[in-house]
Write a protein that binds this ligand. Structure first.
Ligand code: R5P
Length: 300
């Protein structure tokens, strides 16, 4: 018997994972860790039922400043209740983009965050972390850490949804790994653009003239969307070239409703994400991938 303990599980991965594991005859129970917020902003966490020696702690790590503290506290409670193995299932892993000191004196948050999490749990699984200048999670995490990839399920999802002549576009060099794999899976051509980031909301992207290519649909593919500026920049350029059907598919949705509206105004007709972070754009389910990882851990 294993315990699935959920924390901030808005995407309801916990119950879905429980059903999938049950379908594989893996006995597990699922419970939600409770968080009480005191008036002064401190929190108290509680695990309301006994747990097994093996615990899968499910907590996706958008809004990490709030969630990471609770995760650390819950992990301590689980250990005090007898948990011997705590495996963190964090479909979105924060801080991976800050993988270098861009300016003197800046912190390398990816490494600091890795040290912090590595002290709280015994293994970790995540989906498409932003591995760029850090090639492997275990270069910074000192616990066994697995990066699963959603590119196959994204490619499969796209396969029957692209009418006529289509092109996939990765908006920057960092997206190359995702767009290449998705394009191979769904059998569509792709291009990767060059982006220069000047600030949090300011990017410059070289968009080639595609107006003569007779494209029916362009799909922008990226690992994450935050301010939406990257995708909007490309979409506006494509729209000015007369391309009407512009869509975006990405793994992690980190934006609010106002940004979604802005992206639609910029010409992106459809926005679809994986359910690594609970979001209205969720359309592609990562539960099976996560379940298979748990299954493999148990067999190891
Ligand atoms: C960065 O390289 C990532 O792959 C995304 O392109 C980036 O984080 C998107 O950010 P935003 O939506 O704020 O432009």
């Amino acid at each position: 018997m294993i315990s699935l303990v959920t924390l901030y599980d808005e995407a309801e991965l916990g119950p879905r994972l429980q059903s999938w594991l049950a379908s594989k005859d893996i006995a597990c129970h699922c419970l939600a860790a409770e968080i009480h917020a005191f008036p002064d902003g401190e929190i108290r966490v509680r695990v309301p039922e006994p747990v097994s020696e093996t615990v899968v702690l499910i907590c996706t790590l958008d809004h990490p400043s709030e969630k990471t503290l609770a995760l650390t506290f819950v992990s301590d409670v689980l250990r005090s209740m007898g948990a011997k193995r705590i495996w963190l299932a964090a479909p979105y892993l924060a801080y991976m983009r800050q993988d270098i000191a861009f300016h003197p004196g800046e912190g390398i948050s990816a490494a600091s965050y890795a040290r912090l999490l590595s002290r709280s749990v015994d293994a970790m699984v995540t989906v498409d972390p932003h591995l760029h200048r850090i090639p492997d999670l275990e270069d910074v995490y000192t616990i066994p850490s697995t990066a699963l990839h959603a590119t196959d399920i994204i490619g499969d999802w796209l396969k029957d949804r692209l009418p006529g002549k289509s092109l996939l576009i990765g908006p920057d060099r960092e997206s190359e790994q995702w767009v290449t794999a998705v394009a191979a899976r769904c059998g569509q051509p792709f291009r990767v653009l060059d982006k220069e980031r000047l600030g949090d909301r300011q990017v410059v992207i070289q968009v080639p003239d595609l107006s003569a290519e007779g494209l029916q649909t362009v799909v922008l593919v990226d690992d994450m969307v935050s301010t939406g500026q990257t995708l909007m920049k490309v979409a506006r350029a494509l729209r000015s070239q007369g391309i009407k059907d512009i869509r975006a598919v990405f793994v992690h949705a980190l934006f609010g409703p106002e940004t979604a509206a802005e992206m639609h105004d910029a010409g992106i007709g459809e926005l679809v994400s994986c359910n690594t972070v609970a979001h209205p754009t969720n359309g592609i389910d990562v539960t099976i991938m996560m379940g298979e990882w748990v299954q493999q851990q148990l067999q190891a």
